[in-house]
Ligand binder design. Structure first.
Ligand SMILES: [Zn+2]
Ligand SMILES: [Zn+2]
Length: 142
């Protein structure tokens, strides 16, 4: 990916600029991503926390993920769009959502995680590696 890249919510109240290459890019089919996205999966980048400059005033929602970690979802309190996540087990990373990118086409997914939770109707590229759960040090913030 070309850096820096930018993104934000729908109304523009929450924006970000990322100055580092993502460490990972995944589709996550866990139940939390299904709930949060309103569909069969969510798509995330994993970036170094110091490289992601966030402007605006995101709202936060914490929950316990299946892994036992606390996941914090950052979203716009005005338009409700989910912009990024944090995970207590990876304090040095942030997970912007692929859909929040100004140019979502720059997202290049590398794998599917939590494929064990996939719904029968959520079709993803069969060429991508699939992990039944979450591999170490990769993933979508869950
Ligand atoms: Zn907004
Ligand atoms: Zn997930």
């Amino acid at each position: 990916m070309t850096v820096p890249f930018e993104g934000g919510c729908k109304c523009g109240a929450v924006r970000y600029t990322c100055t580092a290459e993502p460490m990972a890019a995944v589709h996550c089919q866990c139940r939390d991503c299904q709930k949060d996205s309103g569909s069969g999966h969510a798509s995330h980048l994993m970036v170094p926390k110091p490289a992601l400059a966030i402007s605006g005033d995101p709202s936060f929602y914490d929950y316990a993920a299946d892994s036992g970690n606390t996941v914090t979802r950052g979203f716009c309190g005005v338009c409700g769009v989910w912009v990024y996540s944090q995970n207590s087990c990876m304090p040095d990373a942030l997970f912007p959502t692929a859909g929040s990118l100004d140019d979502p086409e720059i997202f290049k997914p590398q794998m599917v995680v939590f494929a064990s939770r996939a719904t029968s109707w959520d079709y993803l590229d069969p060429e991508l590696p699939r992990m039944a759960e979450m591999p170490d040090a990769a993933g979508g913030g869950k």
